[in-house]
Design a protein around this ligand. Structure first.
Ligand code: ATP
Ligand code: MG
Length: 354
């Protein structure tokens, strides 16, 4: 399966967002025009068939195979630029918010962070790329002297970066950055800058749950269950092939009397997500105001209504293409498929800014 769109001719200044998911590749090409992000083309290609698996199922391909698929996808989607940014899977990264001693001198602060980071990274620090972000106005600010700062530590293993670099060079792209997918998603789908929002990225293999507050990831967690598990559950309960079950899942979602199987899987995923939400609320003494559903699983019919009932708070379906300019007649399609492309849109948006 692939759905593609290409509505503008080649122009310079175009950038490409590349999302290497476990079940499919997605690309989004944008360009800047009059200060706006204009959608030039997008496309998706399932990896399953390249790995002897069904569409919608997770794969474990070598970088050369992914590069080949990516070349196919770029050809089909008529991608015209080599200037790319690429996502890093959340599962391959370490993200943790820690409280560290405050130092007024930025150089000393840096040393403190680098030393302390070793305690949180479970492998030798030489094996990872480390990055961090000091949360603005964290720490004690009640007139008392500031003693602590909150720091978001981010580490990615060198092997993972090497893997992605091999994909990029194999696809003859030029990547200027690699970004952990949840940051891309936040850029593409979170509109509320201040209040705590929980994002649920329902992928094929995993569901990424994270709480974003003031643009910072306060809490993140990977749930080891995703939309491929729904397909498998439908196949098992109805004695269908995976490809029939996949089609049925997309056709029916949570509509009608046959919804009990997908509901069982979603209720398991949501129960775990609720624990993340409550952990955040207890630790920070603040309520999460909205849940944003994204990822391919976020496209599931009637999922929003089910999630609203489950969590009893406001639930939105991600609409990342809303941050791009596109022809009006494309809007209904873009809205529908949006959740799958959130990561790729977010990366392309960052690349446009740089
Ligand atoms: N219309 C739909 N209804 C229900 N499920 C859908 C729909 N469209 C896609 N999916 C499911 O979404 C999943 C793919 O989602 P996505 O593309 O976000 O995953 P991924 O990025 O490849 O995986 P991961 O993020 O776990 O690595 C597949 O299991 C697919 O069956
Ligand atoms: Mg994904």
């Amino acid at each position: 399966m692939s759905f593609l769109g290409n509505f503008f001719k080649k122009k310079s200044g175009s950038v490409l967002g590349v999302d290497i998911g476990s079940s499919s590749l997605k690309v989004v090409q944008l360009k800047k025009e009059h200060g706006k992000a204009v959608l030039e083309t997008y496309g998706e290609l399932a990896l399953g068939p390249y790995a002897g698996e069904e569409v919608g199922q997770a794969t474990n391909l070598a970088p050369e195979q992914i590069a080949e698929t990516l070349r196919d996808l770029m050809r089909e989607a008529k991608v015209t630029t080599k200037e790319a940014g690429v996502s890093i899977p959340f599962a391959r990264s370490l993200l943790t918010l820690v409280t560290l001693p405050y130092r007024e001198n930025p150089k000393e602060q840096r040393t403190v962070i680098e030393l302390e980071a070793r305690k949180y990274v479970p492998v030798p620090i030489s094996e990872v790329q480390l990055d961090w972000f000091v949360v603005p106005d964290s720490g004690t600010s009640d007139g008392a002297q500031k003693k602590h700062v909150e720091v978001l530590l981010v580490a990615v293993h060198n092997d993972e970066l090497k893997f992605l670099q091999n994909v990029v060079s194999g696809a003859k792209l030029a990547a200027s950055f690699y970004e952990i997918e949840i940051f891309s998603t936040i850029r593409a789908v979170v509109n509320e800058p201040v209040k705590p929002v929980m994002v649920l990225d329902i992928g094929a293999t995993t569901t990424k749950a994270y709480v974003v507050e003031r643009g910072v990831v306060a809490l993140s967690h990977a749930i080891a269950s995703g939309s491929q598990d729904i397909t498998r559950a439908i196949a098992a309960s109805k004695n269908l092939t995976l490809s029939r079950a996949e089609a049925l899942k997309k056709e029916q979602g949570l509509v009608g009397g046959d919804a009990s199987t997908p509901e069982t899987v979603f209720s398991r995923i949501f129960s775990e997500a609720r624990r993340v939400l409550m952990q955040y609320e207890t630790a920070h003494g603040k309520a999460v105001t909205t849940i944003v559903l994204t990822g391919g699983g976020g496209v599931t019919k009637e999922l929003r209504a089910y999630a609203k009932q489950f969590f009893s708070i406001d639930v939105q379906i991600a609409d990342p293409f809303a941050k791009t300019e596109a022809p009006a007649f494309m809007r209904p399609v873009l809205e529908e498929i949006g959740p799958e492309f959130a990561v790729a849109v977010g990366i392309a948006l960052r690349k446009l800014e740089s």
